[in-house]
Design a protein around this ligand. Structure first.
Ligand code: VG1
Ligand code: CO
Length: 543
């Protein structure tokens, strides 16, 4: 019935910012996925007889790995698996299902915003019983185990039917529960937001355009925006999840959502444009004629969250990843609530949320979320925006400019250099680290370096320390440049340069972002010698 299959380790199964991500052909090597799934189970304790949630973003290879994971869960002694119909669960929905049904944990199959298809990306990550990504202690254990693994356990029953909702007892006794991927999540959104107010706004002619990017949020967005909130048919576009996302890069930024972006900047723009990524945890927010940077969005949502029923009692605190702009800090300061700065990646927010220290969290990479789940949540952010717009009765542009008037504007941009030679990228970062002690006091044009460091995070709850989380160069007056290498890519290295300047003067809030940041961009180049070290004249993507 259950087999123990001998295997040999792969040495490259180190989880990155958000799980293990590799090209599909890497995952298709013999026992590759099995090795990693067994390494996950071997790093956990006490799951016998318990429930495991399994789902993914529907990308190429999703169903195959789900079948493997179900059979391996059975052989390893789980009592039950809950799987989204068709193998579909958005990342935030999976987080909610784990919490709602008190599952032991969950396996989410996704490479998020990375492209999908036979030669593109796939990924596996494990979430713990609070619904959030496994902390570093567990991901380190998985990696260690993957380097010594010599066998895995798998049940040898036939593939299960993922397309029929219902419960089944599988040979060997494990219960398989195939659930509607949308229902529980949509119900949670109805609890948090004033659907009546949003429905009313839409019925008065407020037009929304949501781009599902042929990824996992399509079915969720159709149900919520069109069925429950009454948005006209067609408000949700690209709503069919496709294994290759229609050949697109499902990263909701103005570059990869260009069509929507251009439409929102055009004459006949809808009132509100939004999109999400491959697995549904990111968001893009565009008002008529105005793109809202994710860092501003976090600050504005935090400042106005009390207008939504789920947050009417106010926020306990706000947390943001270190490279995210300081716009949210100003809201926290004004409200007298806690502000926490964590390394990049949602796994660092879990403890703060569990301890009730933070209510809203966000990242500059289009991730915003709250204590309702333990992942960032794309549709949640869109709905909170809609709830705020419905209550305030103002446009996105008005809300953003008023926010800047009240708090000042944090001009912000991220420059990504993708597909770099790994050695060149590592050399660039090493060189930055070697300058940390000599940079303070140096001038770059009119900018003076006040402080330079390599960000380290001391978790206030479990006291763990995470080092080397990004090189920060802080200038007098509050401007800064941050450098770090991506931990989600699957080929070569990606350098991310995060650039920020604070401008309190509202007569200077209408400068084009790259222009407002020009001297910092030049300083970043002089400090890091990006051109010389990478051979690149310009970033691949500017957001
Ligand atoms: C990127 C983002 C980070 C985000 C991570 C996962 O990581 O910068 O903020 O948490 O992706 O997002 P990195 O290491 O490439 O910079 V998702 O939506 O891809 O799960
Ligand atoms: Co994602």
């Amino acid at each position: 019935m259950n087999k123990s299959v001998p295997t040999t380790p792969y040495l490259d199964q180190k989880p990155g910012t958000s799980g293990l991500r590799k090209k599909v052909p890497v995952f298709q090597q013999p026992n590759y996925a099995e090795n990693f799934i067994q390494s996950i189970f071997d790093s956990l304790e006490g799951y016998q007889g318990k429930c495991l949630v399994i789902g993914g973003d529907g990308r190429y290879y999703n169903r195959e790995v789900i079948q493997k994971a179900i059979k391996m869960a059975a052989a390893n002694g789980f009592g039950k698996v809950m799987v989204g119909k068709g193998g579909i669960l958005s990342t935030p929905a999976a987080s909610h299902i784990i919490r709602k049904y008190k599952a032991f944990g969950g396996i989410i199959l996704s490479a998020s915003h990375n492209p999908g298809g036979p030669t593109e990306d796939f990924g596996i990550k494990y979430n713990i019983n609070n619904g959030g990504p496994a902390p570093e202690k567990i991901t380190d254990a998985m990696y260690a185990r993957s380097k010594t693994i010599d066998s895995y356990k798998i049940a040898d029953f036939a593939d299960v039917n993922l397309d029929r909702i219902g419960k089944d007892e599988l040979p060997g006794g494990m219960i398989l529960s195939v659930i509607d991927p949308v229902e529980d999540y949509a119900a949670l959104m109805e609890e948090l937001f004033d659907f009546g107010a949003i429905r009313n706004l839409i019925s008065l002619g407020f037009r929304i355009a949501f781009d599902g990017m042929s990824a996992v949020t399509g079915p969720y967005a159709k149900e919520i925006f069109e069925n429950r909130l009454g948005a006209p048919l067609g408000s949700v576009r690209n709503f069919m999840p496709l294994p290759d996302f229609g050949g697109h890069h499902p990263d909701p930024n103005p570059v990869h959502c260009k069509e929507l972006f251009d439409e929102m900047m055009g004459d006949d723009a809808p009132d509100f444009g939004a999109a999400s990524d491959g697995d549904g945890d990111r968001n893009l927010i565009i008002g008529r004629g105005i793109f809202v940077t994710p860092s501003d969005s976090l600050a504005i949502l935090a400042a106005n969250a009390n207008l939504a029923p789920g947050y009417s009692g106010g926020l306990a605190g706000i947390a943001r990843s270190m490279p995210t702009s300081g716009a949210a800090d100003r809201v926290a300061e004004k409200r007298g609530i806690g502000m926490y700065e964590t390394p990049t990646g949602w796994k660092f927010f879990g403890n703060l949320l569990d301890a009730g220290m933070a209510t809203i969290c966000g990242e500059e990479s289009s991730g915003t979320g709250s204590s309702h789940v333990r992942e960032k949540d794309g549709l949640w952010a869109v709905l909170l925006w809609l709830n705020i717009l419905a209550v305030r009765g103002e446009s996105v542009a008005d809300i953003v400019t008023q926010h800047w008037q009240t708090y000042g504007r944090n001009y912000y941009s991220r420059h990504d250099y993708e597909g770099l030679d790994t050695d060149a990228a590592n050399g660039l970062v090493d060189n930055l680290r070697s300058q940390l002690s000599t940079l303070p006091g140096k001038n770059f044009g009119s900018l003076t370096v006040e402080k330079a460091d390599d960000f380290a995070y001391h978790d206030p709850i479990d006291k763990s320390v995470s080092e080397h989380q990004g090189v920060r160069v802080l200038f007098a007056g509050g401007s800064r440049v941050v450098f770090r290498l991506s931990g989600t890519g699957t080929s070569g290295a990606t350098l991310r340069v995060y650039i920020e300047r604070y401008e309190p003067d509202s007569t200077r809030h209408n400068i084009e972002t790259q222009e407002a940041l020009a001297d910092l961009i030049a300083a970043a180049e002089s400090i890091a010698s990006i051109r010389e070290r990478t051979g690149r004249d310009a970033p691949t993507v500017i957001t």
